[in-house]
Each structure stands twice: as C-alpha cells, then as structure tokens.
Design a protein around this ligand. Sequence first.
Ligand code: ADP
Ligand code: ASP
Ligand code: MG
Length: 412
Amino acid sequence: MPILVMKFGGTSVATLDRIRRAAKRVGREVANGYDVIVIVSAMSGETNKLVGYVEETSHLYDAREYDAVVSSGENVTAGLMALTLQEMDVPARSWQGWQVPLVTTSAHASARIEEIPTTNINAKFGEGMKVAVVAGFQGISPEGRITTLGRGGSDTTAVAFAAAFGAERCDIYTDVDGVYTTDPRICDKARKLDRIAFEEMLELASLGAKVLQTRSVELAMKYKVRLRVLSSFEEQTDEAGTLVCDEEDVMEANAVAGVAYSKDEAKVTLVSVADRPGVSAAIFGPLAEAGVNVDMIVQNISEEGRTDMTFSCPTNQVARAAQAMNDAKDRGEINFHDLISDTNVAKVSIVGIGMRSHAGVAARMFQALRDENINIKVITTSEIKVSVLIDRKYMELAVQALHDAFELDKAG
Ligand code: ADP
Ligand code: ASP
Ligand code: MG
C-alpha cells in the first residue's frame, strides 16, 4: 500500500470535536487506498502550559526532566486520535516516540533525529492496521531518556517519517491554508503561495515564519519529500495548500518571495572596546563557548583606537551573553566600558531566490522603511535574504510596508 503522512498541529487537535474532524480526513485517505501515518501535536496551548510548569518549579531546570514533562502533551492527542479512529472502525493504534523507537541525539530540548526504524510499524500495517498515530516532537536518546525536538518539532517528526517510510506525500495540516507571502495574521494583504522553493521556505522558517519548523524543511529538501501545507478547517482539493518544492518547479518571478519577522531577538552592545587585531575573536569565542547563538554583528567606526561592537542573539540568551562577556573581562581577555542590552527590538527580513539576479532589492527595502520613518539598527544580508533589526513597536508596520513595496499581493 502507498503510505501517506498527515500531520495535525495544535489548533487542529485543540478539542475532541477537532480531533474527530481530523480523523475523518484520515479516514478518507484510508478509503483512498493509503496506509496512513498520522503525526499529532499537543492540543494548542498545552505545550506552553507544560513549559510554564517546568519554569515555575525549577529555575535552572534539568533539561532531561523538561523533556519528560513537555513531551507529554503529544501522548494525550496520539491516544485520543487512535481512539477516535477506532470509533470510526478504522484500525489504528498510537505510538510514543520511544516505542517506534525514534532515536535522537542527547541534545535535550533541541534533539536531532538520528534514526527511525520502520520494522515495528510496517509489521502492524502488514497485520491490517491502517493508521499509525505517532506522537510528534519527541524521541528517545541513546541513554534511554525522552527527548524533544525543539518548539514546532512535530513538523520535523512528520517529514522524517515521510522520508523513512518513502511516503508519497507529507501533508502538514494547520490553521492557515498554506504558506503566505507573510504571516496573514499581521498583514491582511498577505497572499497564499501555490508553490514555494525549499530554499526560500528554509530562509523564511529560520527567520521566524513559524508555519514550518526549519529542520523539517531541511529534511524535506535533503530527502526530496513532497511537502504540502494546508488547512485542517477547509475542504481540500488536490491542488489545495502550498507545495514546497524545487526551485525549477516554482513559476513566480518576483525578486522577493516573502517577508518574515522575529520578536525573539535582542541587541547587545559592548561600549568602547579596543579596536585591534584579535578583539572579535576574544568576544565571539567566549560567546560561542557559552552557547550563545549570535546572529547579526556590527562594529562601529573606531575613534582613538576604540569602537562599539553590537550583536544580536535570542532574547533568552542575553543573560548568558552578558555573563560570558563579564567573565572574559574579568580574565583580562577583553575590555569594554559598558554592556547595554535592548530586548525591544525585532528582526524583519525579505527572502527570495530572485535576489540573486535582481539588483537594488536591499536599496528598495531601506527606502520603504525610510518612508515609514523606521530606523534600522543592524543589517545583514546573504545571497537570498536581507534582514534588519528595528524597534519592536514598528515591526508590523515594517512588514506591511515591505509587503507593499515589493507588491507581494500580486503574483509575479
Ligand atoms: P501548528 O500548531 O499547526 O503547528 P503554527 O502556529 O506552528 O501551527 O504555525 C502556523 C502559524 O504560522 C499561522 O497561524 C501563522 O500565524 C504563522 N505564520 C507565520 N508566517 C507565516 C507565513 N508566511 N505563512 C503562513 N503562516 C505563517
Ligand atoms: N507541541 C510542540 C510545540 O508546541 C510541538 C509542535 O506542536 O510541533 O512546540
Ligand atoms: Mg507548528
């Protein structure tokens, strides 16, 4: 039998009624002749609640126990989905990550999938089971501890299963009907894309568009998984949703495919550091060792041998960054007058493979922000993206202005 992977996100399994709706969709695919692997998220809000419990219980928590707690939301929905399917006379059973076993690295809270053996589940399909319902987001480490794949990780579970089982398609059912030119919740002119290239989706996801977890796009690209994003609330046709596919198969000719934003970004400035060889290494070495994910970097023009160094990192890593810098200062490795952090910033990015062949895209972006009087604090570019750090209060305005400036509401 051909295999289909269907993943239902938190809002799509938020109530028993919605689980029934999702199960009906699964039942239809079984009737179409597929063996189905269903990947479920926790009911919406559940994972946040569990994270809150952990943080309230223990400030510097043991990441292994964090994973034991936060993975549990998916166990509930997997069991409920299997029961719902059974009620519909569809032979189904649930699997927690360790039962598969979905083996991951030991990097708790951000583990990577190492192996998905197909034997157990295939044996059950062979015995007449039609649907394997698998709890997303979770796995087991080589030490036998429960791990999780990072927030939004059920997308990655789904794509990894599709790759491992050679599924015909991996359908990601969510609360929007596809991938849009930007988050439709903050820009009402956002346009749904019928297709988007893997590389563009990868950039959009890593720059904040949470519709797919970044790692899921990486895996789909690597293993050539046919990946589709679609709504669990609307009736579907074969052409519904957005297909994430190779660049050659995308018809759009716009220089910019989409706009992404991230609020999870903070700016840290080291005021007055010595401007001499080796200073950047002395700053960014200890930051890397402390596990700080530095994103953007700017160094000011130096004056009398001293300069300011600014970098951005995730908001929840600012304390760690400050600690690493103060320790390096105490060891005499660097010298700065002050460390200023600003968490009231946001990163807004434009993404598009068309940028490779279109000149002046960055200039147009800066012009659009200037027209709205939005000050740019830091800029970074790569071949297919330009990102700026701005005051958080202008984030939505910036997204809308850029969407207008690049006429993303019109198909290219
Ligand atoms: P799920 O619970 O189904 O995994 P998520 O909340 O993780 O859903 O992801 C879907 C959300 O992603 C949408 O509700 C939307 O607000 C957001 N989003 C951000 N950028 C985009 C985009 N470019 N296209 C579609 N959705 C986007
Ligand atoms: N429930 C997890 C989260 O909220 C995983 C997921 O939904 O993809 O991050
Ligand atoms: Mg998600």
